[in-house]
Each structure stands twice: as structure tokens, then as C-alpha cells.
Design a protein around this ligand. Structure first.
Ligand code: APR
Length: 247
């Protein structure tokens, strides 16, 4: 691990632009369950019931119960040293650093990261199914059938469900960041959900010098085939060590 950390730090040191792709694993040490672990978030739920437009049409109450439980969980947790290390990393690169996250828990922003693209939306936001307005509601309790304060339409979580497209502007910005970076740090994601996972090959393709991909995860994943180096261990320990190496 020590040699791998040195190698990763060397690439970062000379990188002009850095992009991070994070997933549920980065929040695991905060106490937010991941999705695909045996005791994961989908356990006990059929994905199509709680995270798809059809599930929403069939039973919006069940969908809100699921997301309200997740909101209540996130309200009890704090960003961990992995989130904080990414805040430090952004300070070093400034606007040449982009953090693309699949997480909807908002913990990167809470930790203090600024240039964050929440490509799957946020648990802290609602969207009106009638007037489309998006509102920041933090983690306050919303009830099982929340209504739009403006038009009394039915509110839904502002989250990208299976079968839905990603918001165009956010996704374009993520593709640009992945394509332009010299180093892509892939942290705590199983890299099985697309299009998010396709940012990894995008960082390598169609450029004179492909990005170096650094994977931080407990185990190898679908991203490992693209990784130039793998740092295997908890991100809350690995990321601070990597920042320390960077100096
Ligand atoms: N440190 C680093 N990695 C970890 C840690 C940790 N402490 N704990 C778990 N992991 C890793 C797991 O090994 C796994 O590879 O985090 C990954 C979590 O994978 P998933 O549960 O599949 O989560 P993610 O990749 O973020 O899922 C992507 O799928 O369900 C949808 O929209 C949802 O955004 C989500 C997307």
C-alpha cells in the first residue's frame, strides 16, 4: 500500500486538473449504508418499487417512507475524514478540481467541498411534479405526502431514479471534468451504474495523454480494469494518508 500511495501522490503532484468520482463507500464510515452490500440499502426493498418512475406512480407513499428514512439517517451522521481529505484536495487545485458524486446524502457539501456535481440529485432537495420547482429542504421531516408550498402539487425527491436521465447540465459538466482531468480518483463506488461509471473510460479516451486512474475502495471493482493504481482500504483512512503524502 505504501508504494501505491507514493505512486498515486506522484501523479497527483504533477496533475494540472483533478476529478473525483465518489460513491456510497465514501460515506460508509459516516454510517450511511451502501447499496450493494449484503445489508445494503436495497436490502428489503425492490429497487423498482422505491427508485423508479413506475414505483412512484404505483405507491408514492412507500417511496416517501423510504426516502424519509434515508433523510432521517443522514440527519444523524457527520462527514468523515475521507470527505474532509477531499475538501483539502480541492483547496490545492481550486477551480481545476471537480468532485462528481453519485451520492445523494449531501455530505461532501456539508464537509465544505465547493465544486461538487451531484449527478444523482440530493436527498435534501424536493421537486414539484406539477410546477417542477426544486427546493432545498435540508433534512427537516417532510411527512409521507409532502405538497409544493407554491402550487400544492405533489413533491417528489429530487433524485435520479433507475430509468431516468441525468440532468443535462450537470452531466455535461461531469463529462468535461472527466475528459479534461489528468488524474481521476475513483472512490467508494462499485462502478456498475451507468452512465456514472462511464466517466472512468471517458477520462482515458480521445486524449493525447490518458488520465491516470486511482481507485480507492475496500476491494477491486468494475473500475479496477481502468485503474493505474489501486489503494485498497477504507477511504476514511486512505484519503487522509494520500493527502499527507502530497504534503
Ligand atoms: N471505503 C471505501 N470503499 C468502500 C467503503 C469504505 N469504507 N465501504 C464500502 N466501500 C465500497 C464497496 O466496496 C463498493 O464497491 O463502496 C462501494 C459501494 O458500492 P454501491 O453500494 O454499489 O454504491 P455506488 O457505487 O455509489 O452505487 C451507484 O447506484 O443504486 C444506485 O443511484 C444509486 O448512486 C447509486 C449508484
Amino acid at each position: 500500500l505504501s508504494a501505491a500511495l507514493d505512486e498515486a501522490a506522484d501523479w497527483l503532484r504533477i496533475a494540472e486538473r483533478v476529478c473525483v468520482l465518489s460513491g456510497a463507500g465514501v460515506s460508509a464510515e459516516s454510517g450511511v449504508p451502501t447499496f450493494r452490500a449484503s445489508d445494503g440499502l436495497w436490502e428489503g426493498h425492490r429497487i423498482e418499487d422505491v427508485a423508479s418512475p413506475d414505483g412512484w406512480d404505483r405507491n408514492p407513499l412507500l417511496v416517501w417512507q423510504f426516502y424519509n428514512a434515508r433523510r432521517a439517517n443522514v440527519a444523524t451522521v457527520k462527514p468523515n475524514p475521507g470527505h474532509h481529505a477531499l475538501v483539502e484536495m480541492e483547496k490545492r487545485w481550486g477551480d481545476r478540481f471537480t468532485l462528481v458524486t453519485q451520492n445523494v446524502d449531501g455530505l461532501h457539501l456539508e464537509a465544505g467541498s465547493v465544486n461538487v456535481l451531484e449527478i444523482h440529485g440530493s436527498l435534501r432537495q424536493t421537486r414539484c411534479t406539477a410546477c417542477e420547482s426544486v427546493a432545498n429542504r435540508g433534512l427537516e421531516p417532510l411527512g409521507d405526502a409532502p405538497e409544493c408550498p407554491q402550487c400544492h402539487g405533489r413533491l417528489r425527491p429530487h433524485i435520479v431514479w433507475f430509468g431516468e436521465g441525468l440532468p443535462d447540465d450537470v452531466w455535461s459538466a461531469a463529462m468535461v471534468a472527466a475528459h479534461e482531468c489528468n488524474v481521476l480518483l475513483v472512490v467508494g463506488t462499485s462502478a456498475v451504474v451507468h452512465p456514472a461509471a462511464s466517466l472512468i473510460p471517458i477520462s482515458k479516451r480521445h486524449k493525447a495523454v490518458p488520465a491516470k486512474v486511482i481507485e480507492v475502495n475496500l476491494t477491486p471493482t468494475e473500475a479496477s480494469a481502468y485503474a493505474d493504481v489501486g489503494l485498497y482500504g477504507p477511504s476514511g483512512e486512505i484519503l487522509p494518508k494520500l493527502m499527507q503524502r502530497l504534503g
